[in-house]
Design a protein around this ligand. Structure first.
Ligand SMILES: C[S@@+](CC[C@H](N)C(=O)[O-])C[C@H]1O[C@@H](n2cnc3c(N)ncnc32)[C@H](O)[C@@H]1O
Length: 223
């Protein structure tokens, strides 16, 4: 048997999995939707395709939807477009940019992503009463949801504390099979995100592991 070295193995794998041709290339519904939300999002199509699939799948579970880190509303609109009308989508953001960061773990400074506004995001969801926008500092803005159960939660908050607080709030409220999806996992400019996940898992003796879906994104599936 021929033994390959590490770099030969990587090249072989690239060929086998057809890297280079996006895996959504025949999914016209996604392509149309992505083109619609793209002007309002910072998130790559690779990551959006996983948001799209997991959010769609969560319709089979009891429980609502939430996103922390809305910014101009792109990924929120993506989730809103696939969830069914018997479920609510709760959207959390300051709409004034990132809150205070911790320079030891967070690269992005307070106020980054402030070039958005609530009215503009509200317009994207006009007439849809199942979209509940909760502007202000999370987790304070989630006070009224202590008894709500969730099937799909998308966390794109960039900072250690926001990610840790979100896990503390949502983890116990996820229904079995519910998915928490994280953006910026293992991304060099948002090291706080992975640190917050690792810390929360360690402190709470969580058995589920973060599963990497694509670059800089992972999920935790609640058992
Ligand atoms: C990278 S942006 C989100 C990008 C968005 N998902 C998209 O589709 O482009 C991160 C957002 O998280 C928000 N954020 C982070 N921590 C927060 C907190 N504790 N409370 C409210 N908003 C927060 C910021 O205001 C910012 O708009």
């Amino acid at each position: 048997m021929k033994h390959t070295n590490d770099s030969e193995f990587r090249i072989t794998m690239k060929t086998l999995i057809g890297e280079g041709s996006p895996f959504w290339q025949d999914d016209l519904d996604f392509i149309k939707l992505y083109n619609k939300i793209q002007p309002y999002s910072l998130v790559s199509p690779y990551r959006c395709y996983f948001i799209y699939q997991y959010a769609k799948n969560a319709n089979s579970l009891d429980g609502h939807y939430a996103e922390l880190g809305v910014y101009a509303g792109g990924t929120a609109k993506l989730i809103a477009s696939v969830k069914e009308k018997n479920k609510d989508l709760f959207l959390f953001d300051t709409f004034k940019g990132l809150p205070k960061h911790n320079p030891e773990v967070d690269d992005y400074p307070e106020g980054k992503f402030s070039e958005t506004n609530l009215e503009q995001v509200e317009k994207l969801f006009e007439m849809d009463k199942t979209i509940k926008i909760l502007p202000g500092f999370f987790p304070e803005t989630a006070d009224s949801l202590k008894k709500t159960r969730f099937a799909f939660v998308y966390l794109d908050a960039d900072l250690y504390k926001s990610t840790y607080d979100a896990l503390s709030f949502f983890y116990s409220k996820m229904v079995p099979g519910g998915v928490i999806m994280f953006d910026d996992y293992d991304w060099v400019y948002c090291k706080g995100v992975k640190e917050a996940i690792d810390q929360f898992i360690l402190e709470n003796n969580i058995k589920e592991i973060p599963i990497v879906t694509t670059k800089y994104q992972c999920i935790i599936i609640k058992s």
